[in-house]
Design a protein around this ligand. Structure first.
Ligand code: UDP
Length: 212
C-alpha cells in the first residue's frame, strides 16, 4: 500500500511545500492536515484535521511540517511521535548541499537553498526559498529561515531563532563566531554585524534591538 504524507499546515507555507513534497515522493499519496482550517480541499488535495488524518486507513503515514512557528512545530513533533507518525524531511530538487553537512531530522530545504560545507544543523530546521548557509556554521534545533536569508561563514544560531526575509548576517571567525542567541528574532532586511542575545528582536542596518 502506498504511503500517505500529510502536509501539516494548510496555509501559505503548506501551499508552497506540497509541490516540493510531490516532486520528492512521487509514489506517495498526499493530503493536507490542518486543525484550524474550515476548507475541505486546497489546490486539489483534501484537507483533514489531525484526528481525521489519524483515522485514515494507511499503514504507512508520515507528515512534513509546513508551519513557520517553531514552537508549534515542537508541539506537533511531540504529538506525532506519540502516535508513531514519522516527521519527514523535505528537500527541493535544486537545493544544494556540499561537503560535511550534518543535518537533523525533519528539515525542510526549499527551492534555491544552499548549504555549503562543514555545517552542523539540529532538528526541524526550515530554510525558505533562496536562503543559504555558508561554511562552519552551527545551527541549533527548530531554527527557521524566511526567504533569502544570507547566513555567512562561522555563525552560530541557537534553538528556536527566527531569521526574517532578506536578513544578512555578517561572518564570524573560527575563534569568535557571530552568535544569534536562543529564540532571537532577526527582522526582515536586517544587517546583523554583531552577536544577538537570546530572546532579542533586532531590526535595521546595522541591526539594533527593537525598542517599543
Ligand atoms: N495549525 C494546525 N495545528 C496547530 C497549529 C497550527 O493545523 O496545532 C495550522 C493553522 O490552522 C494554520 C497553519 O497551521 O492554517 C499555520 O499557518 P500560518 O499562516 O500561521 O503560518 P505559515 O503558513 O506562514 O507557516
Amino acid at each position: 500500500m502506498k504511503q500517505l504524507i500529510g502536509i501539516y499546515g494548510a496555509s501559505g507555507f503548506g501551499k508552497e511545500l506540497l509541490p516540493l513534497v510531490r516532486e520528492q515522493y512521487p509514489e506517495a499519496n498526499l493530503c493536507f492536515i490542518d486543525d484550524g482550517s474550515e476548507d475541505k480541499e486546497l489546490n486539489g488535495y483534501t484537507v483533514y484535521n489531525y484526528e481525521e488524518y489519524l483515522r485514515l486507513e494507511f499503514q504507512d503515514k508520515a507528515v512534513v511540517l509546513a508551519i513557520a512557528d517553531s514552537r508549534i512545530r515542537e508541539i506537533l513533533v511531540a504529538k506525532c511521535s506519540k502516535d508513531n507518525i514519522a516527521v519527514l524531511s523535505a528537500k527541493a530538487s535544486n537545493s544544494i548541499v556540499l561537503d560535511a553537512v550534518d543535518i537533523g531530522e525533519g528539515s525542510v530545504l526549499c527551492h534555491f537553498t544552499q548549504l555549503t560545507s562543514n555545517i552542523k544543523i539540529g532538528k526541524q530546521f526550515h530554510a525558505n526559498i533562496y536562503s543559504y548557509i555558508a561554511h562552519d556554521c552551527v545551527i541549533g534545533d527548530y531554527v527557521t529561515f524566511a526567504p533569502r536569508v544570507s547566513c555567512n561563514g562561522n555563525i552560530h544560531i541557537h534553538d528556536h531563532a527566527y531569521i526574517g526575509t532578506g536578513a544578512v548576517i555578517k561572518q564570524g571567525t573560527p575563534d569568535k563566531p557571530l552568535v544569534i542567541g536562543k529564540g532571537a528574532v532577526v527582522g526582515m532586511g536586517a544587517v546583523v554585524t554583531k552577536s544577538v542575545p537570546a530572546g532579542a528582536v533586532v531590526i535595521g542596518n546595522p541591526a539594533r534591538p527593537l525598542t517599543r
